[in-house]
Design a binder for this molecule. Sequence first.
Ligand code: HEM
Length: 263
Amino acid sequence: MTVTYASYLKIPELLSLQQPESGRDGTAEHDETLFIVIHQVYDLWFKQQIHECSLLQRCLEAGDDPMAVATLRRMLTILKVMVSQLDVLETMTPLGFHSFRARLQSSSGFQSAQFRVFETVLGNRRESARTQFPDGSSEQAAVAAAWSRPTLWQSFLRRIARSGFPVPASEMDGVRQAPCEPSTALQDILLDVYRNRPPERVICELIVDFDEGLQEWRYRHMKMVERTIGFKQGTGGSPGVPYLRSTISTSLFPDLWAIRTRF
Ligand code: HEM
């Protein structure tokens, strides 16, 4: 069979996946289509970011710096698109969202398994990501699989260990069970990297760009939520904006931030 645009990209299947809840009883709300499309696009970007992060980790561990840098740049470019996409959602007024919000019942971006996988791989390991999905679900299995992998930070530390820096094995090896805690010993090594190893310094700065970009996404999402639902509770059951505000300054790589004060 000839491969065509539609058959290769599964366009008919793709276009059949936007099914507004408000359309079921003939009261289709115009903005619900946008709401569905944008969430689906985000979940596709999460998928791509997880895919790229696997490559990045392999490159770091193999010492392939040019490919690691190229992959990090791609991830950053995707992240910028992800942040700017919130502009599209902000064209939806509070009334537009209110017209179908009740149809969402308890569903929320909070339940995006891919977002949790992405956070887990990046190193933001919180027990709640493992327990929030039902036992035996595919979402729980996906988070567990990500949890068993090294974090991006561990892969980076293995990379600088290859250059001869005395990274403690306890920082690089084993299955991380919690977010990174600041380590003065690692900061001493990073100060040395910054002062004496320009190639590794480039990678460090790109990783900081990524951390900052993810915080930017969290901030923009929180403000978008505030202008859309104010201080209402989230459909996922959290207090809404106050919860999102508490996550904004989540820093994935605290040592890379801490060294700024020490130069
Ligand atoms: C009108 C649009 C949106 C509103 C009102 C909204 C609201 C919220 C609220 C209130 C929460 C906190 C959890 C809860 O109680 O539900 C949340 C979490 C979240 N939302 Fe949204 N959201 C919107 C759009 C999006 C979009 C487009 C995405 C992209 C995937 C997204 C991804 C997330 C994620 C990943 C979380 C979890 C954040 C975390 O736990 O750190 N949201 N959202």
